[in-house]
Design a protein around this ligand. Structure first.
Ligand SMILES: [Zn+2]
Length: 446
């Protein structure tokens, strides 16, 4: 470790013009990295700033693999293969100029890059290059490597990097081939994946990107294993019903649900209609175990069967802030103070299917349906009983310990999984028996 950080200690000392001793810097750097678990790059910058120096004077980057990259690093060194490289003309303050963009790969992963300055050689697909002083940013939800004025790019021998995933035989396009996945296997952070799926719906919308408007085509894809939301950052002329082969997509997540994005770097082909089952079959909501949803981070339009084991606080008749829709506590909004609330009905219940549990949220219409009465009737009932709790109690009597089937989107955050229920029904089947059968399948008969 000491040998590893020695050059960085010298780099910091140099950036500070020698005003702080190497011994002191070594101690600080070792503390940041080993005790506080700060990345070496961040630690170096923090120490320089702390002593009144300018982190831009640091000259030694941190050598990393692509998998280790995170957004916001200011001085990264990489040894990578050029997976693809293209030119594009952009408008700048000094008129139109050409930049390069494409994909870098190493044995750990691939990452998009943009070179804002001309390279000292003509880069080609398959070249192995050493990059010093690159910086990373988050772009459309994934890490991107940027090469700027301070970056130095040199060409290395082709065998400086082992050919990844190619099973030997030297560098080949196989090392950069997109990883085939099913929709159910999509995981946040994957890049360069390939999938075959049918467009269940697509719409065009405009979003603000870097101060300008850009068209994005988003909707839902399905392949029989699951559904996923997608965003296409280029007009691939997508229509409802199209069967697509997408190579070079990446996966980010929205509230924990993995979703697919692809742009001009991706290869998008339309396939024969018969390649996948028809729309109505793919449009069905797949039945999933909560354990699997938990492992994926959520899911789009999934069906879960389980038992409602508890009603959470905030179920029943509630009053919402007219400004921000938050549920009031004793007539008070956390943000807007004392307000005159609008009445609403909802259920927040814990749904357990034997493999795991999630919080199922039923909105007004579903709750009215379960109670077989309207919000107005509930208000009258609460007034008469002089307590809002009567509605909650009635819901608990109806729902707790009932087997239900619920369909909706499942999101996740620090508090776990949450399903916003679109459809629900009380079941007759014995879900306990089903859960037992599943456990036996997993663990073998007891
Ligand atoms: Zn409010």
């Amino acid at each position: 470790m000491r040998d590893e950080i020695a050059p960085h200690v010298q780099d910091i000392t140099r950036a500070l013009g020698g005003k702080v001793s190497e011994q002191e810097i070594e101690k600080e750097l070792s503390n940041y990295v080993n005790v506080y678990r700060v990345s070496l790059d961040t630690a170096k910058r923090s120490i320089v700033k702390k002593h009144g120096g300018n982190p831009a004077h640091l000259s030694l980057g941190i050598s990393k693999t692509i998998r280790e990259l995170v957004p916001g690093e200011n001085s990264v060194d990489l040894l990578v293969r050029i997976v693809s490289v293209n030119e594009k003309s952009i408008d700048s303050d000094n008129g139109a100029r050409t930049i390069l963009y494409g994909i870098f790969g190493d044995p750990t992963a691939t990452v998009p890059f943009t070179a804002w300055e001309p390279l000292p050689f003509e880069p080609a697909r398959g070249d192995v290059v050493r990059v010093a002083n690159a910086y990373t940013k988050e772009y459309r939800g994934q890490v991107q490597v940027n090469l700027g004025v301070r970056s130095v790019v040199t060409r290395e021998a082709p065998d400086a990097l082992p050919p990844a995933h190619s099973g030997g035989g030297g560098p080949s396009p196989a090392s950069v081939r997109a990883t085939p996945v099913k929709v159910v296997e999509l995981r946040e952070g994957s890049s360069n994946v390939a999938l075959t799926a049918r467009v269940l719906g697509v719409e065009r919308r405009e979003v603000d990107v870097d101060g300008g408007k850009k068209a994005v085509f988003s909707g839902v894809l399905a392949d029989g294993t699951a559904k996923t939301q997608f965003s296409a950052w280029k007009d691939f002329d997508l229509h409802e019903g199209d069967v697509l082969r997408v190579e070079g997509a990446y996966v980010k997540s929205w509230r924990g649900i993995p979703q697919v994005s692809f742009d001009e770097r991706a290869l998008v082909k339309k396939l024969e209609d018969a390649e996948l089952p028809p729309m109505d079959e793919l449009g069905r909501s797949p039945r999933m175990w909560i354990e699997d949803l938990s492992e994926r981070g959520g899911g789009v339009d999934v069906t879960v069967r389980g038992i409602l084991i508890d009603l959470k606080e905030g179920s029943g008749l509630v009053y919402r802030c007219p400004e921000c829709k938050r549920v009031l506590r004793k007539g008070v909004c956390r943000i807007h103070g004392e307000v005159s609330g609008t009445p609403d009905l909802r259920v927040k219940a814990v749904l357990d299917d034997g493999s795991g549990a999630l919080t199922a949220v039923f909105g007004k219409d579903l709750t009215e349906g379960l109670l077989d009465k309207t919000v107005e009737e509930c208000i009258a009932q609460a007034k008469e009983a002089m307590s809002q709790e009567v509605i909650r109690d009635e819901l608990a009597d109806l729902l707790v310990a009932q087997p239900v089937e619920a369909r909706g989107n499942v999101t996740s955050d620090d508090y776990g999984l949450m399903m916003i229920v679109d459809q629900a029904k009380i079941l007759k089947v014995d879900v306990r028996e089903e859960a037992r059968a599943m456990l036996e399948e997993l663990e073998g008969p007891a």
